[in-house]
Design a protein around this ligand. Structure first.
Ligand code: 4AD
Ligand code: MG
Length: 454
């Protein structure tokens, strides 16, 4: 029977004959009359120990080569592992020149070194652990929404709108579009872009469903090399109809964060321990503490007050009406004892056209909320949406977007409902949970200015 390394390691029977294991050699140790191999296949952090006669093709076996091993799975006499495979046959499927292979046996490679080899870094413990956690987190997020009555919507990747209105768009055009035939209108007749957010399409669906979500790639032509920005990242977005309170939306944000994190702690214990040990010491304790606490809440106006009264020297002076900078966000979270912090009711002029007007004054605000987390700053952005036709219409008029958003206005014209939602940056979530410094190390193939490897 073919077993994965994970299945083999979990095997409790005394001894099992004719077991086949396939994977990559993580270490080779040859003694006079015995050869020890460790084989890993990505199914678990641990590798399976293979014990064999030294004359079993020992020469082609090297760190990094791929192998297929047949043998008997037995209880291991060694303390470090529960079982080992006594090999009767070892077949090298793909040799590997260990001198040229960029990753070395028993060496810890710094993340920026591993990043140079996106085609090979899944062979390292750190990156393969990350990818297993990423996969479990994806499944946990889907489970959270599906089990709470949300319908999953595939929102489009190509769109003709700029949801955030920030002008950070990648334009899409066909390479073979027929310029010889004089068709200058482009493939879609209108300018088309890679989506920056699925929100507007989710809002369409929230006109017929009570709860919807999407979880897909989003794209931003942000000219930033920062440790928390990518040009292509995954966003988890939800939209809830029939809600008139921002607190309802904040509750879903907090529940999503806690439920996903709880799932990771219980489903990826080895990986969480690994990151706790080698990447961010103390991380597991911090997470467990955080799960027990209610997140904090502060209005934007209070936040500006806190910042202005701080003794820290900021690069950007905090001022009512200005966007919170990363340094401000990190300070606020620290100020709140490193507990995630909801900042609510931002200035009207800072948030996109769809955000619901609080109609207050003289400091005019909207019903928007960001969730700030330790070490990262902004993790979620959300808001109540403007569901009142007249108010939305005059805001779009002012922006000269009335024409463009006729369809969006019609959602308000035909059975409008009070609703709200949010988006969570999936890579920032992983950074936050695992304590990983750079966002480029939590996505298989990072895209950022001047870099589109593979
Ligand atoms: O705050 P943002 O721009 O909000 C929206 O796009 C809303 N339309 C979402 C919604 O309400 N449905 O983005 C949401 C989150 C941010 O809080 C951040 O975590 C992440 O997406 N994000 C990025 N992550 C990585 N790289 C970037 N360049 C990011 N820009 C935003
Ligand atoms: Mg935001």
């Amino acid at each position: 029977a073919r077993l994965s390394v994970r299945e083999a390691l979990a095997s409790l029977e005394e001894s099992r004959k004719d077991i086949k294991i396939q994977g990559w050699v993580r270490s080779v140790r040859s003694q006079k009359d015995v050869l020890f191999l460790h084989v890993n296949d990505g199914s678990s952090l641990e590798s399976l120990q293979i014990v064999s006669e030294p004359n079993l093709k020992g020469s082609a076996l090297s760190f990094g080569s791929s192998v297929e091993v047949v043998g008997t799975l037995v209880k291991s006499p060694h303390k470090k592992q529960s079982v080992e495979l006594k090999a009767s046959d070892i077949r090298v499927l793909g040799a590997c020149d260990s001198y040229e292979f960029p990753f070395k046996l028993k060496e810890r490679h710094p993340p920026d070194y591993a990043r140079q080899y996106p085609h090979l870094r899944c062979r390292t413990n750190t990156f393969s652990s990350l990818l297993r956690v990423r996969s479990e987190a994806t499944a946990a997020i889907h489970r959270f929404f599906q089990s709470n009555g949300y319908v999953h919507i595939h929102t489009p990747i190509i769109t003709s709108n700029d949801c955030e209105g920030a002008g950070e768009l990648f334009q899409v055009e066909a390479t073979n579009w027929d310029s010889a035939a004089g068709d200058k209108s482009g493939f879609f007749d209108v300018p088309a872009y890679l989506t920056v957010s699925g929100q507007l399409h989710l809002e369409v669906m929230s006109g017929g469903f009570t709860r919807v979500f999407t979880f897909g790639p989003t794209f931003r032509a942000e000219n930033s090399q920062s440790r928390r920005h990518l040009a292509e990242f995954y966003m988890v977005e939800a939209e809830v109809s029939f809600t008139e309170s921002l607190e309802d939306i904040m509750q879903v944000m907090e529940d999503l964060f806690k439920s996903t994190t709880t799932a990771l702690l219980s489903r990826c214990p080895e990986e969480m321990d690994f990151f706790n040990r080698y990447v961010s010491p103390g991380q597991k304790d911090r997470l467990e503490q955080l799960l027990k606490q209610r997140f904090m809440i502060m209005s934007y106006t209070e936040a500006i007050d806190v910042l202005q009264n701080s003794r820290d020297a900021f690069r950007y002076k905090p001022q009512w009406g200005c966007d919170l900078q990363t340094e401000h966000e990190k300070y606020l979270v620290k100020h709140c004892g490193n507990i995630p912090l909801f900042v609510t009711n931002y200035p009207y002029d800072l948030k996109p056209f769809y955000t619901r007007d609080n109609e207050d004054g003289p400091q005019h605000t909207v019903a928007a909320v960001d969730l700030l987390v330790p070490g990262i700053g902004e993790l979620f952005g959300g808001s109540l949406r403007e569901e009142r036709l007249d108010i939305l219409q005059s805001r779009l008029d002012g922006l000269g977007l009335n024409e463009t958003y006729q369809w969006y206005l019609e959602i308000r014209k035909f059975g409008s409902v009070p609703h709200g939602g949010f988006g969570m940056g999936f890579e920032r979530y992983l950074q936050c949970i695992l304590g990983i410094d750079n966002i480029k190390d939590v996505i298989p193939f990072p895209r950022f200015p001047h870099s589109c490897l593979l």
